[in-house]
Design a protein around this ligand. Structure first.
Ligand code: FES
Length: 177
């Protein structure tokens, strides 16, 4: 067997799909848990491969994470379909997750959504034509005291109003210099 073939056959499917950097990072998560609780790293694993795949999970990627952790494929699917931060379909570069739970609703999440819909010219669940923004509604993000709020690019934005929302969108839409 040639050296190259040996390397390919000893590589996990996950590594072949997303690269060694991500599997090493996932190994770091696995090491945080007892040896017989590797499945605890499934959320981190799914999030890493999702990021590496332009924000979207595929059956192939979920299977690879499950195989890497030695858990049934369905265990990865259960997690991926339960939590709103995992995406099974194409999303924009930025996914805006607007909390519509009780505290945010009482503090004006409806107005936040209406403003976003108007400004982005899309409905909830859609992505702008330029592929920049996807608009979604989610359950409580644990920042109730700061409502109305949304999360985008792993940053929480609280006490939102139309001006603040426009500033955030303008900043995100600006090409990196
Ligand atoms: S209700 Fe919106 S963050 Fe909790």
């Amino acid at each position: 067997m040639t050296e190259q073939l040996k390397t390919i056959t000893s590589m996990s499917t996950l590594e072949a799909l997303v690269g060694a950097k991500i599997t090493q990072e996932l190994d770091g998560w696995v090491a945080k848990y007892p040896a017989n609780k590797k499945r605890s790293a499934v959320m981190a694993g799914l999030m890493m491969v999702q990021k590496a795949n332009k924000g979207k999970l595929t059956p192939e990627l979920m299977d690879a994470v499950a195989d890497y952790l030695g858990i049934p494929h369905v265990a990865a699917y259960e997690v991926a379909t339960f939590y709103s931060m995992y995406n099974m379909k194409d999303v924009g570069q930025y996914v805006i997750n607007v909390c519509t739970n009780i505290s945010c609703m009482l503090r004006g999440s409806d107005e936040v959504i209406e403003h976003l819909k108007e400004r982005l010219n899309i409905s909830v669940g859609e992505t702008t034509k330029d592929g920049l923004f996807t608009l979604r509604t989610v359950e409580c993000l644990g920042a109730c005291v700061g409502g109305p709020m949304f999360e985008v690019a792993e940053v929480y934005h609280e006490h939102l109003n139309p001006e603040k929302i426009d500033q955030i969108l303008d900043r995100l839409a600006k090409p990196a210099s």
